[in-house]
Design a protein around this ligand. Structure first.
Ligand SMILES: NC(=O)c1ccc[n+]([C@@H]2O[C@H](COP(=O)([O-])OP(=O)(O)OC[C@H]3O[C@@H](n4cnc5c(N)ncnc54)[C@H](OP(=O)(O)O)[C@@H]3O)[C@@H](O)[C@H]2O)c1
Length: 374
């Protein structure tokens, strides 16, 4: 087995004491695989909003600047207060990726992956090679490329987790915000396939059109002057009482709870000064909107607001269900869970100022793919 992979390069993000965040590329040795490990030649890894949190350390994209062999940006003082544990550390980034297994440990499960194209999860994917345990790899069916495999964990499993959570918690339909996102488009396709009512909230008319074109039935645009009325109507029609909010900040979560309450109170029944007795739940699962979360509590007492992350969900449902969801992703990688990328760049390309401004925008249909072999 050649061990040329042991001279590899990876991208790291460093936070300096003066509040400067720096992205740079360093040499590294992934190490030889243990019995139950493999070495993957990473050929594709998306830049998702959750990767940007680690890459940019909460710094302002408007402060991005080019430096020799690196890219810098300034982290505001209020963000630095929560970042002390990160100061001085060089952290590899990139949650997930796709690639080919080029070396394997002695265990039969590791040997079985030799030469296979796999989706991989575990951080540090903006690297030429990664050493991973067998259970961090999802082997794809023949014909799938590393590009197909690049995003088969984070967004697909989170979208599936939303539908599972809706069912586990006894709701009939669900609401999703920033719904024209890559994840949002997958959720539309899952719900169509599974016969689940989904209410999509977007913020631009063109995003509403994009979702309708992939089959979405209920789309509400928060930029409409009648947004609250339109949302209430569709919540009454679908009986949706659980929402997953990717924006996190501002008034959107509160507005959804208000409209859910208005929709539920239409059902009549006895007046209750504590509001409708139906539980209404919003889970914040992203932080696209950086302003504080503002609640105007005009929705009685039967409501909840919480955070939602994929990993605790997978732990909660257990390995059997997690494996079923992973297998569904592999089976539908070219359809339900297909991702589209606006640009493919290499590790050095990640340090290019124009590219960084592009992937830092997190705009609809502008997802970047990193190919560390480029
Ligand atoms: N909790 C978890 O476990 C978990 C797992 C996976 C993903 N996520 C989250 O899921 C979200 C979507 O990820 P993705 O990869 O699918 O995103 P994406 O394809 O990069 O799209 C981002 C979307 O967010 C919209 N957006 C950006 N800022 C916004 C704001 N302030 N208000 C409303 N919309 C805004 C963009 O619309 P414009 O074009 O209008 O800017 C775009 O449609 C992210 O927040 C990510 O962090 C969370």
């Amino acid at each position: 087995m050649s061990d040329s992979y042991r001279t590899s390069r990876q991208l790291v993000s460093i936070l300096h004491t003066d509040g400067k965040a720096e992205l740079t590329i360093r040499n590294y040795d992934p190490g030889a695989p243990a019995d139950d490990e493999v070495i993957v030649r990473v050929e594709a890894s998306p830049i998702n909003p959750s990767d940007l949190g680690l890459l940019f350390c909460g710094g302002e994209p408007s402060s991005l600047a080019s430096a020799p062999n690196s890219l810098t940006l300034q982290v505001p003082a209020n963000v630095m207060r929560g970042m002390q544990a990160r100061v001085g550390q060089s952290l590899p980034a990139g949650n997930e990726g796709g690639g080919v297994v080029i070396a394997a440990g002695k265990a039969p499960a590791a040997q079985a992956l030799m030469g296979r194209t796999v989706g991989i999860l575990g951080g540090g994917m903006y690297a030429e090679h990664r050493r991973l345990r067998v259970n961090q790899c999802l082997p794809l069916h023949a014909g799938a490329s590393s590009r197909d495999a690049a995003a088969c964990f984070v967004n697909p499993l989170t979208a599936l987790a939303m539908v599972d959570t809706m069912q586990i918690e006894g709701h009939k339909a669900l609401v999703h915000t920033a719904a024209a996102s890559n994840l949002g488009q997958m959720l539309v396709k899952i719900c169509l396939k599974d016969g689940v009512d989904l209410v999509n909230i977007v913020r631009k008319p063109e995003q509403a059109k994009l979702l309708r074109d992939v089959g979405a039935k209920n789309v509400v645009d928060s930029s409409s002057p009648d947004f609250m009325k339109e949302l209430t109507e569709v919540l009454a029609a679908t009986d949706a009482t659980i929402a997953f909010d990717a924006t996190g900040g501002g008034t959107l979560a509160s507005n959804i709870l208000s409209c859910m309450e208005a929709a539920q109170s239409r059902k009549g029944g006895e007046f209750n000064r504590y509001g409708s007795s139906t539980h209404k739940q919003v889970y914040i699962y992203g932080g696209l909107e950086r302003s504080p979360t503002t609640l105007t509590r005009n929705y009685g007492m039967a409501w909840g607001l919480g955070g939602f992350l994929l990993t605790p969900f997978l732990q909660k449902v257990g390995p059997k269900r997690a494996q079923e969801l992973r297998e569904r992703v592999a089976d539908e990688i070219h359809t339900t869970f297909a991702s589209h990328y606006s640009k493919e760049i290499g590790l050095t390309g990640m340090l290019d100022l124009d590219n960084a401004r592009g992937y830092g925008r997190m705009a609809t249909g502008e997802k970047y793919l990193v190919n560390p072999q480029k």
